[in-house]
Design a protein around this ligand. Structure first.
Ligand code: DCP
Ligand code: MG
Length: 691
């Protein structure tokens, strides 16, 4: 079934290299590179802010909530060299830890230079010393600082404790404001980044859609025979969206993820390499699980989509063919069939649910295990004094930030795959040959002599639809083409319109090959009326003038000549009545009269008409007959005729049978000949009259 193309087409065709697709897409993005660069810059900003926030939290905890100093228990060469290097951190036998780099701290810890007890550090103030003295708590004054043992401080009553720790409190507030500032900036940058990224994506999509539509308009009609409308529409809609997704969801965020992951790794290793190594062990598991999940999820999703389009197609078909269903009394059978398809869809949905129900919690579990690992190893680190409490808290934040991009890796990979598939299809469409080999001859006035000389034509290059067709139409004459269905009548006139190019022989207008004319000028002098008349959405007037400016007088005249005036006058708003979608629907006969008006208003030198076979009420039939005789006078006409009157009045009748011209002559001549035409005439008209 053709309607399933959207699912099946997600796969790559594999005709175009990835690099070529990428190059083409970059070409479309190029005009807007400044916007793109700006979003990358904004992205870098958000990365910095997001990385910074847990770090601020860590510093706040370690600097304000926790005691920050230790007493030195012994002294030797190594300690002296450290003291020399970082004199600012040492106050006699006290050391302020946050003023030392991590390596030095580690050396002190390893060499057992530090006391077990920790000390809070306060500025040396009268207010503080008097409180400590009052409650007889031990403290040390060293330089301009005050050191108080961690545990003793909690012996103070609430009020005094608050005074003592006011220094820490105000620092904490400062950190809180810094955190809020980062949060706010992150918001602003993210907002701008999302905005500009979408802006960029929309601009690229706009251009891409323009290019695709331009291409579609210029493709030869034969392209549309081979490619169903739905598929071509998908190029300009879904496929373009898929490309946008690549830009907006994958490309840019991959850059961000890269920055973020690198940043987190650097910060984590700076904070605690031992803890970092243990966490990194989870990465391969998460990646593997994510790809496995995506594989199953994608399969299930495709299955659901396939069943969904199947049920849609069936429902649509059932409703649009409801009269056939009723005529054959097949309602029950249709319901039975629907039940089957419905069940398939139900099963597909349940399967999809299983995949999600299994993998989502599993991923979540892995995340919790990773967090637990941080708690376990981090806790151990706190006991063994190589991890501070702030680091521990920061790690909990970083671990989430670290796993999210890794978890989405497979999904992004999939988006990339389908964008590339869409890109390939767009590229193939854009590379399609336009194949209009126009001449540049622009005739002032076409007289209207037509010659077909040994014309051979095939749609597919395999089967000849027209074989060696030769005929001649004099200026101003009417030729009728008759023949059974599928004989090649419409094909013959399609060649004259240059919808297709014939392979052998020549078609000439006024003794000039049609290929030598500029197509536009040729079409201006020729009017084509086809079997089925398409009504565009819009007023009757618009439907007659189509894309041209035609003044009121000419429209009025055309309406009179084609006898369309009568029914149009009866429409609620006359010429301004809206037709098509949500407008008024015209009957077959009315459509035909309208299409005659469309043709005659252009005053063509050549009129080509593919008469509709549909049955029309006798009154309209009579109008159409009269309209036709007006239409055919004063110009060269080729009519694929089903009406006896048209055929009889023609100057010449061509009988086409299976792609070959069998007979040629006037009605009387051909009847006398008693050949194919005579037989056709008997079957079609005499029998019909008897009935
Ligand atoms: N054909 C094709 N591809 C197309 C159109 C037609 O392969 N895009 C084939 C179908 C027929 C043959 O070409 O076998 C001739 O088709 P025509 O449309 O020219 O046939 P008629 O116009 O004579 O038939 P009808 O009277 O039904 O309109
Ligand atoms: Mg036809």
């Amino acid at each position: 079934m053709r309607r399933h193309f959207d699912v099946l087409e997600e796969k790559r065709i594999g005709k175009v290299k990835d690099s070529d697709i990428f190059k083409k897409l970059v070409e479309f993005a190029k005009p807007y590179w400044k916007i793109f660069l700006f979003t990358v810059f904004l992205l870098l900003g958000t990365t910095v802010f997001e990385l910074g926030m847990p770090y601020i939290m860590k510093s706040a905890i370690d600097r304000t909530l926790m005691p920050t100093a230790r007493k030195l228990t012994r002294e030797d060469e190594l300690l002296r060299s450290i003291k020399l290097k970082y004199p600012g951190a040492f106050y006699e036998d006290m050391v302020v830890l946050y003023k030392l780099p991590r390596a030095a701290k580690k050396d002190l810890e390893a060499g057992k230079y530090l006391s077990k007890t920790s000390y809070f550090v306060l500025p040396l103030k009268k207010e503080f010393t008097s409180i400590l003295k009052r409650f007889k708590l031990p403290y040390y004054e060293k330089g301009n600082l005050l050191f108080v043992e961690q545990h003793t401080i909690y012996k103070l009553p609430k009020k005094e404790l608050r005074i003592l720790r006011s220094e820490h409190y105000s620092l904490l507030v400062k950190f809180a404001f810094l955190y809020l500032l980062f949060l706010f900036l992150d918001f602003v940058f993210t907002f701008l980044q999302v905005y500009y990224l979408q802006y960029f994506g929309q601009l690229v999509m706009y251009d891409l859609r323009m290019a695709i539509f331009k291409k579609i308009m210029r493709l030869p009609i034969s392209y549309f025979d081979k490619n169903p409308t739905g598929r071509i529409v998908t190029r300009a809609t879904n496929d373009v969206n898929a490309i946008n997704e690549m830009f907006s969801a994958v490309l840019v965020y991959t850059i961000k993820d890269f920055f973020l992951l690198t940043g987190i790794l650097i910060v984590m290793f700076k904070l605690s390499p031992t803890l970092s190594w243990k966490i990194i062990l989870f990465v391969p598991f998460i990646i593997a699980l994510s790809f496995l999940f995506q594989k199953f999820a994608r399969k299930a999703y495709r299955n659901v989509r396939r069943k969904l389009s199947k049920i849609n197609a069936f429902t649509q078909e059932s409703i649009s063919q409801i009269d056939v269903v009723h005529v054959f009394y097949a309602m029950r059978k249709m319901i039975r069939r629907y039940r089957e398809i419905n069940h398939e869809l139900y099963k597909a949905n349940i399967e999809q649910m299983y995949v999600y129900a299994f993998f989502r919690p599993l991923m979540e579990m892995l995340r919790v295990v990773a967090v637990s690992a941080v708690v376990y190893f981090g806790g151990k680190g706190i006991f063994e004094n190589y991890v501070t409490f702030g680091t521990f808290v920061a790690f909990l934040s970083y671990i989430d930030m670290f796993f999210a991009p890794i978890r989405d890796l497979a999904e992004k990979y999939n988006i990339l795959q389908s964008s590339f598939a869409a890109g390939e299809r767009i590229l193939l469409l854009l590379d399609e040959n336009e194949e209009r080999r126009d001449g540049d001859l622009i005739p002032k006035q076409i007289k209207g002599k037509i010659d077909f000389e040994n014309v051979w034509f095939s749609y597919d290059g395999e089967r000849w639809v027209l074989k060696d067709i030769t005929f001649h139409v004099d200026e101003g004459k009417t030729v009728a083409i008759v023949g059974p269905t599928g004989a090649g009548k419409t094909s013959t006139i399609s060649l004259l319109a240059r919808f297709y190019d014939h392979q052998k022989g020549e078609i000439k207008i006024d003794d000039t090959r049609i290929q030598d004319y500029e197509v536009g000028s040729l079409r201006k002098n020729t009017a084509f009326v086809f079997q089925d008349v398409f009504i565009f959405k819009g007023s009757v007037r618009k439907n007659i003038a189509l894309w041209d400016e035609i003044d009121e007088k000419e429209i009025e005249e055309a309406l009179k000549l084609t006898y369309a005036k009568e029914f149009i006058d009866r429409l609620p708003n006359g010429l301004d009545t809206e037709l098509g979608e949500r407008g008024i629907t015209l009957s077959m006969g009315q459509r035909q009269l309208l299409s005659f008006a469309r043709a005659i208003v252009r005053k063509p030198r050549i009129l080509v008409l593919d008469e509709a076979t549909s049955n029309i009420d006798t009154y309209t039939e009579h109008l159409i007959e009269k309209a036709l005789s007006n239409l055919l006078s004063n110009r060269t006409s080729i009519v694929i005729a089903h009406r006896l009157s048209t055929i009889k009045n023609a100057d010449k009748i061509l009988v086409i049978l299976d792609g070959t011209l069998k007979e040629e002559g006037t009605h009387e001549e051909l009847l006398k000949k008693d050949g194919v035409y005579a037989k056709l005439y008997k079957i079609q008209f005499e029998l019909a009259r008897e009935a």
